[in-house]
Design a protein around this ligand. Structure first.
Ligand SMILES: [Mn+2]
Length: 253
């Protein structure tokens, strides 16, 4: 049995990573982050995830623009961008969002007269590379990780059973033309609250984090299973406030 813990959309929320760590024991063969680690405190994120004592795999999302593509977060942490890694009898590979790697920067500079065309060509080249890598291994045992949900996967990644993504902050588990798409987000999910019965001004609002993530199990006999998990914090004593978000609010301990 291979077990993988997958999350995404951390957005620099170190406490959300601590909460995840506190909820789970070291029972995993890999931890996956499907992007949006956040550009401010990545080392702290990986320092915590590393304590699961298994490889930590990640792709970059739109919150990660200031993270270098080749940045080293330690021997145990691996960027999945166009690079497959074996986990049990599975292979995990991914793609970071386009437009943030060095090769892309170079090709964009070379084609400054038509950046849209250059971007399209670069993406096509990248996808061809991915298709070749995956076709050469066992597509049916491959898990693919990206920040945005991929489309047209039947065309360039046929046979891959499972795609993990994030970005849109809700769990989702759907099948499309024989391939499974699982939204594993979001670890950072702040719910604004005020103490029940207390009339406070917005400046006094607090937040409770109701993050979620996913546990994936795989065995030859049972195949792939996907289980969503939620922090599901205790809201008793607190009133939810809809339609307002204050980044200055502090977390309820
Ligand atoms: Mn995002």
């Amino acid at each position: 049995m291979t077990r993988v813990l997958a999350c995404s959309d951390i957005h620099n929320n170190i406490n959300a990573v601590r909460q995840l760590r506190a909820r789970e024991v070291n029972d995993y063969d890999a931890v996956i982050v499907a992007g949006d680690i956040g550009s401010d405190r990545p080392d702290e994120v990986f320092d915590i995830l590393r304590t699961f004592d298994c490889p930590v795999f990640y792709v970059l999302g739109n919150w990660d623009h200031r993270l270098e593509h080749r940045r080293n977060f330690g021997a145990q942490c691996h960027h999945l961008h166009l690079t497959p890694y074996p986990v049990g009898d599975l292979s995990i590979i991914g793609e970071s969002i386009d437009g943030i790697d060095q090769e892309w920067e170079a090709s964009r500079a070379a084609a400054a007269d038509d950046p849209a065309l250059a971007r399209q060509a670069r993406l096509a080249e990248q996808r061809a590379k991915l298709a070749a890598i995956i076709a050469a291994q066992a597509p049916e045992r491959t898990i693919f990780v990206s920040h945005y949900r991929l489309t047209k996967t039947q065309t360039f990644l046929p046979g891959v059973p499972l795609f993990l993504f994030g970005h849109i902050h809700r769990f989702e588990d759907t099948n499309y033309r024989g391939q499974r798409f699982v939204n594993v987000s979001a670890l950072d999910k702040k719910v604004m609250v005020s103490r029940k019965g207390e009339r406070v001004k917005p400046e006094g609002y607090r937040y409770i984090n109701d993050g979620s993530y996913v546990v994936i199990s795989h065995s030859q006999s049972a195949g792939l299973s996907v289980e969503p998990r939620r922090f599901d914090p205790d809201f008793s004593g607190w009133e939810r406030i809809e339609g307002i978000f204050l980044s200055s609010a502090t977390e309820v301990e």
